[in-house]
Design a binder for this molecule. Structure first.
Ligand code: PMP
Length: 432
């Protein structure tokens, strides 16, 4: 099949390279690990995207997760327009912040108080500072394969060995910062026990993604998450759930609700802002009382609680509270995933579609994968072909085989049928 036209996108990309490092404002957008230059998007509506060359796609990236209602949902758009007409930012409290907080706190039992920030990274950075301030300890235990934004101390990868000090995975992160981060593999109880033994009374918190979804979809067993909960409590460390992806995605209470586990601190982003730049962190009233101006842990933001962003969040979260919203979305996803899996099985293709809630990940393997190290980097060659074939058939997936796909309520059953056909044909090419 012929490649889609990218004339206009290529021109725009050329120009963008004069302005931005790598031509983009966030690295994964640069299409480095797939074919071609990035598509410049002109418009989104429902579950569809149009690029600058007029190509139309079914969108499974959904802005990397925020758009659980699809693009341009009237409830979000109308709220935003109303808010914009009254002014964009005041740097003073507004009733909209109360309204969004009330919506969250009355329907999500996992947090008692919340603080709004402007991104997921900011939420995680603040949650870590809070954990350190609260416990008066410095070290943070994180898992290889979990991404928590570009917070200095989180840009670390595992060294060799079961329990390691982090090694920086980005230039510009001082080694002394990485030394405060301990990195261990997922799904390995011994490694967690060993870490607490090796660093007694030093670990402020364990941080884990609600469901690790940034390095493939590494679904952990509930018992393991429960074990992390128990071990952190026994060691007077906090458990931080980074729910930037899973919050309001696996249900209104996110992964914490899904697993029925109470984290000490929770971070949110993406969905909470309806497509506007919003993040948040929340915890018990007692833990949150440590945040300034009530407590000694400083955290602030000129645009925090921005009225336009709050209005978008209110519009989006109100829709999620409609009875049956998650059931319908999750069932639709499960049926879609099952068909693709069945097709691959019938054809004896080595493909496993990992999925939870309305998240999915195509892995070119027949093994169960629960750890970053179990992903074969060579399988990404197949993804590269798959991605190209999908684009040519009008399907937009994030441009990396390590990224998950998202289904929104705007993806109709008919559209998913069309998407399946394109996926089947693309798989046939990958395995031809
Ligand atoms: N935590 C998780 C789990 C994420 O998936 C992301 C972003 N993909 C972040 C934190 C960072 O959020 P942001 O990009 O809004 O800074």
């Amino acid at each position: 099949m012929n490649d889609i036209s990218r004339e206009r996108s290529s021109e725009l990309f050329e120009k963008a390279q004069r302005f931005f490092p790598g031509g983009v404002n966030s690295p994964v957008r640069a299409f480095k690990s797939v074919y071609g230059t990035p598509l410049f998007i002109e418009k989104g509506d429902g579950c569809f995207l149009w690029d600058a060359d007029g190509n139309k796609f079914i969108d499974f990236c959904c802005s990397w997760g925020p758009l659980i209602l699809g693009h341009n949902h009237p409830s979000v758009r109308e709220n935003v327009i109303d808010a914009v007409e009254k002014g964009m930012s005041f740097g003073a409290p507004t009733a909209l912040e109360n309204e969004l907080a009330e919506l969250i706190l009355t329907h999500n039992r996992k947090v008692e108080k919340i603080r709004f920030v402007s991104s997921g990274t900011e939420a995680v950075m603040s949650a870590i500072r809070l954990a350190r301030g609260y416990t008066k300890r410095d070290k943070i235990l994180k898992f290889e394969g979990c991404y928590h934004g570009h917070v200095d101390s989180m840009l670390v990868k595992a060294g060799s060995g079961l329990v390691t000090f982090g090694e920086t995975s980005s230039a510009g992160v001082p080694k002394s910062f990485a030394d405060e981060t301990i990195v261990i593999p997922l799904n390995d109880r011994g490694a967690v026990e060993q870490a607490f033994k090796q660093f007694p009374d030093q670990i402020a918190a364990i941080i884990i993604e609600g469901v690790p979804a940034n390095n493939g979809l590494l679904i952990q067993n509930k018992e393991y998450i429960q074990f992390l909960r128990e071990l952190s409590t026994a060691n007077r460390s906090l458990l931080i759930f980074d729910e930037v992806i899973t919050g309001f995605r696996l249900g209104f209470e996110g992964a914490a609700g899904y697993y029925d586990i109470q984290p000490d601190i929770t971070t949110y982003g993406k969905i909470i802002g309806g497509g506007m730049p919003v993040g948040a962190y929340g915890a018990s009233a007692e833990i949150m009382s440590n945040i300034s101006p009530e407590g000694a842990v400083y955290q602030a933001g000129t645009l925090s609680g921005n009225p336009v962003a709050m209005a978008a969040g209110i519009g989006q979260l109100s829709e999620l509270l409609r009875p049956g919203f998650y059931k319908e979305l999750n069932e639709k996803t499960a049926a879609f995933v099952a068909s693709v899996q069945q097709y691959a099985a019938d054809k004896e293709y080595q493909l496993t579609v990992f999925s939870i809630g309305s998240l999915f990940w195509f892995a070119f393997t027949d093994r169960n994968i629960q750890k970053a190290e179990d992903i074969d980097p060579l399988s990404m060659d197949k993804f590269k072909i798959f991605h190209r074939e999908l684009l040519n058939r009008g399907i937009y997936l994030g441009p990396s085989g390590y990224e998950v796909g998202f289904i929104s309520s705007a993806h109709t059953v008919d559209t998913l049928e069309n998407a399946k056909r394109a996926i089947f044909e693309s798989l046939d090419v990958v395995y031809s």
